[in-house]
Design a protein around this ligand. Structure first.
Ligand code: MLC
Ligand code: AMP
Length: 502
């Protein structure tokens, strides 16, 4: 098995002149041009003092240059740490404090503010999506560094932060072996080759856009048709010249709203993939009726990369996430005892394989708590394997809302709302949302005699929490439903307000 970086070099060798990035309205970037930029970036990173094992954190807009930064980081044996562009200053403070990166790359417009963080151990530079930024200036005059630092499969390649159900976000450390093995399993399962042309409309700071979509294209030697963000009409326009789309369920909900989604506009496409959140069975069926394509739903997680997929050949079943990828084991266990459950019963989904991460950054105890003694990782999802052998996810054993494919951890939002004067307590829940799958909703108990307003609650947490984590609606109640143990019954709240966004 080769690292992602070595596979990238092999793709360059195989077809140097082929486009890695096809950018509508802008010149293509070939594999060889990409390698040149990566090599010059590697020189810049080395000159800055980034050593093997050091973290390179990036909060950049989506651009080919950000992918070059990722590859150059791997080339010099450092660890890539991408950050959601929606994170606010206080969220960034936490990530930088926790991960202690050697370099933090931000957007040009935010450089002045972030420069204050620079010190002997941390360099701050900027990188824009138009070839701009202080890092891009250094790259322009740098000589290419061609050699690469040898890495083993169990060395860290990346850290992705994922929030915990308690406390702050945890950094999931992914190894070169995790990324390489998962990419190989996906290429085989989805028959992805150098002939594919992927519409890349996902953000590149999460597993889906970076370790599934981009890694697969880099390793296969395929072309990515590069969109800064998802736009349903632009995606439909591009389908005539593309073969694959990977998206979160909201992509498909929005595509279905367009009159132009039909057999003709999708005729050139061979594969539509959905993941990161449950795809509505209704959307699966409507999509097939309109286009004759069955969306292929798969299941994954930051800590495990991709776990299961519906078959490429064979039935892609609505509401199911299919079978484990090659080399990966899945089992369903009793939530409390960990005992294996008979086929068909609902229990905890556990996974083992070369895809499963190394552990949480500097948190050995939290890591240990989420693994069984035999190295199965407890996903926190609840599921069932049917007589047909397909895995179905039926719920979550973790308090988590997934809005448009982004995870929101209620505890983090509740903590901030509870600090607002006049609030006794709050419960943050996800309610069915026609566009985002789940809409983040806060149910707040004000102090007796205190009048609180929805807008004031949202404004009070506004600059401390990424926009997608903020409640779409705030509801006020006199008390929260509790069980005999005093635990807030979120299921009751979800039932009571189920129609809020209908
Ligand atoms: C944007 N907004 C969201 C949101 N995305 N609010 C809630 N949930 C979201 N997901 C807010 C913005 O802050 C803004 O608020 C308003 O909605 C419009 O912003 P926008 O930028 O125009 O939004 P849009 O482009 O329409 O984005 C929606 C989206 C995007 C669904 C296309 O969120 C997206 O690309 N999601 C993909 C997430 C993803 O890649 N997840 C994979 C995680 S990996 P306002 O109020 O300021 O207007 C993983 C593992 C696995 O989970 O299995 O893959
Ligand atoms: P993240 O922590 O962002 O990687 O999110 C991972 C979580 O997304 C999983 O634990 C699941 O709860 C959810 N998820 C991913 N893919 C699917 C899917 N196809 N169906 C349902 N839930 C999914």
């Amino acid at each position: 098995m080769q690292t992602i970086y070595d596979s990238f070099l092999a793709s360059v060798e195989a077809s140097p002149d082929k486009a890695l990035f096809d950018r509508p309205g802008k010149p293509d970037i070939s594999f060889a041009e990409a390698r040149d930029s990566v090599w010059r970036l590697a020189t810049v990173l080395t000159d800055i003092g980034v050593k093997p094992g050091d973290r390179v954190a990036a909060q950049t807009d989506k651009s080919p240059e950000a992918i070059f930064l990722y590859l150059a980081t791997l080339q010099i044996g450092a660890v890539y740490l991408p950050l959601n562009t929606a994170y606010t200053g206080s969220e960034i403070d936490y990530f930088i404090g926790d991960a202690a990166p050697r370099l933090f790359v931000c957007r040009p417009g935010t450089l002045a503010g972030h420069k204050a963080r620079q010190n002997d151990g941390l360099r701050v530079e900027s990188l824009g999506d138009e070839g701009d930024g202080t890092l891009a200036d250094l790259v322009r005059v740098a000589k290419p560094r061609q050699d690469r630092v040898e890495r083993q499969m169990n060395d860290a390649a990346a850290i992705l932060y994922t929030s915990g159900t308690t406390g702050r976000s945890k950094g999931a450390v992914l190894t070169h072996g995790n990324l390489a093995s998962n990419t190989a399993a996906l290429l085989e399962s989805w028959r992805y080759t150098a002939d594919d042309r992927l519409i890349h409309a996902l953000p590149i700071f999460h597993t889906h856009g970076l370790f599934v979509a981009a890694n697969m294209s880099i390793v296969a030697g395929a072309t990515m048709i590069w969109l800064a963000k998802f736009d349903d009409e632009a995606v439909i326009d591009l389908m005539a010249d593309a073969t694959v789309l990977m998206g979160v369920p909201t992509f498909y909900t929005r595509l279905l709203k367009s009159d132009r989604l039909n057999r003709e506009t999708t005729a050139n496409m061979r594969l539509f993939v959905s993941g990161s959140a449950p795809l509505l069975a209704e959307d699966h069926r409507n999509f097939e009726a309109r286009t004759a394509h069955q969306i292929l739903e798969r299941y994954g997680m930051t800590e495990t990369c991709m776990i299961a997929t519906n078959p490429y050949d064979g039935a892609r079943k609505p509401g199911a996430v299919g079978m484990p990828l090659p080399g990966i084991e899945i089992r369903i266990t009793d939530r409390e005892t960990g005992a294996l459950l008979p086929r068909g019963e609902i229990g905890a989904i556990e996974v083992r394989g070369p895809n499963v991460f190394d552990g949480y950054w500097k948190l050995p105890e939290k890591t240990a708590a989420e693994f069984r003694a035999d190295r199965f990782f407890i996903t926190g999802d609840l599921g069932q394997i049917g007589e047909d052998g397909y895995l179905r996810i039926v719920g979550r054993d973790k308090d988590l809302v997934i809005s448009g494919g982004y995870n929101v951890y209620p505890k983090e939002v509740e903590g901030l709302i509870d600090d607002i004067p006049g609030v006794i307590e709050s419960a943050v829940i996800g309610l069915p949302h026609p566009d985002l799958g789940e809409g983040v909703t806060a149910v707040v108990v004000p102090e007796v005699g205190i009048h609180l307003e929805e807008a004031r609650i949202i404004a009070a947490i506004g600059n401390r929490l990424a926009r997608y984590k903020q409640p779409k609606r705030v509801l006020f109640v006199t008390e929260l439903p509790r069980n005999a143990m005093g635990k807030v019954q979120k299921a009751e709240l979800r039932k009571a307000f189920a129609g809020l966004y209908a």
